[in-house]
Design a protein around this ligand. Structure first.
Ligand code: EPU
Length: 351
């Protein structure tokens, strides 16, 4: 395969990161198959170029100049599988699907909802692609990637071989996984998910409950949950096509029960959810909001006016501007609450 002809030089990545920061890749290739991916990695090895993998660019803080070869996974395909071997362990209503790493996440959710499959409907409108979803174990409104993953197929850069990781091997945790812990080592090409024709009880979130109460819907079906999530997200999260952003910019910090109780005494309105035994997850948006950051602007970047957890780029800025704003917010939260906020998007390249 003559891959060299397809590789672009000094390619702009401005539209390949949802924050819309200006960036240029020394070499760039969108790969459409696993064999193209192998050929691209070979090319990089022969030319001693580092390999960086980009998905939908919705969770990255892009450097202005990216050296080496940037590979974007454009491997497509969605199919329903249900092998006989699996029939025993599958409940009658479970359905497995296999999705290419390049497929758009939201379009896949929409496709599953149209097939009457439940398990992803609450994760509607999360930007990005299928291959990136396991990396940070995306989640919203009670559903999480880890609950539906069966296995993940990826190219392992160190051993130059395709590997299949079971759900256990993915070591999923809140916005965390094997892939996030080993940045740049795995290139996800395909994901197998297990969905259900039976809908789980996922309307525990206040924002969804009030949406359904307002509409007079008692037992929403899969499509109604999907529509509700889309409406709620559109009402408080900015569309990256209109305003540059990377979704939640900070993780919700996890603190000990003792630290939570101390904070709650001082801040009775503090919003928190139980995380695991002895730990609580604090609503970072609430913390940032309390420190009056919501709607604040610092030049070309700022804090979104309707959701303090989302940082935005108005245009004309660089990632350094956003990193400075993030640091100012982290310092202010630490001074007020003695809680350290951790950034959710990853630096690109990672080092
Ligand atoms: N809050 C405020 N002020 C704000 C923002 C939030 O007081 O400016 C309060 C809200 O009123 C609410 C609480 O904080 O009581 C939590 O806010 P919300 O329900 O909007 O959820 P979140 O914790 O901010 C998380 C995920 C989102 C996901 C939503 C819904 C993280 C870091 N973020 O946000 O995921 O959509 O829950 O499940 O876990 C993403 O990761 O990019 C993302 C958007």
């Amino acid at each position: 395969m003559n891959i060299e002809k397809k590789i672009l030089k000094n390619h702009s990545l401005k539209t390949s990161n949802t924050l819309g920061f200006p960036a240029s890749a020394e070499y760039f290739l969108a790969v459409k198959s696993e064999s193209e991916l192998e050929a691209a990695v070979d090319f990089a090895k022969q030319n001693k170029l580092s390999v960086r993998v980009l998905g939908g660019g919705s969770n990255v803080l892009m450097a202005p100049q990216v050296d080496g070869l940037v590979i974007r996974i454009d491997i497509m395909g969605k199919r329903i599988i249900q092998t006989n071997a699996e029939a025993d362990i599958l409940s009658k209503e479970a359905v497995s699907i296999v999705v290419g790493g390049g497929e758009n996440w939201h379009a896949t959710v929409e496709w599953c909802v149209a097939q009457g499959l439940s398990g992803m409907e609450s994760m509607a409108l999360i930007p990005g692609r299928m291959g990136a979803a396991p990396v940070q174990n995306i989640g919203a409104y009670g559903q999480e990637m880890k609950d539906i993953v069966v296995k993940v197929r990826a190219y392992h850069l160190e051993t130059c071989a395709f590997v299949v990781l079971s759900k256990g091997e993915c070591r999923f945790a809140y916005r965390d996984s094997t892939f996030k812990q080993a940045p740049g080592q795995y290139i996800i090409t395909e994901v197998e998910l297990r969905l259900s024709r039976h809908q789980d009880d996922n309307v525990r979130y206040a924002a969804l409950q009030s949406y359904f109460a307002h509409k007079g819907i008692n037992q929403p079906n899969i499509k109604q949950v999907f529509d509700a999530v889309c409406a709620v997200r559109r009402s408080k999260l900015p569309d990256p096509e209109v305003l540059g952003n990377a979704g939640s910019f900070f993780k919700n910090p996890v603190v000990t029960l003792a630290q939570f109780q101390k904070l709650k005494q001082q801040w009775p309105d503090l919003i928190a959810y139980s995380e695991s035994e002895g730990y609580m997850k604090l609503a970072a948006g609430w913390l940032i909001d309390q420190c009056d950051w919501k709607g604040k602007r610092a030049g070309c970047v700022g804090v979104y006016e309707k959701q303090a957890l989302v940082l935005v780029h108005f245009g004309g800025g660089q990632r350094e501007d956003l990193l400075q704003l993030a640091k100012d917010i982290q310092d202010s939260i630490f001074t007020t609450f003695r809680v350290q906020l951790e950034m959710e998007p990853q630096l690109f390249p990672t080092a």
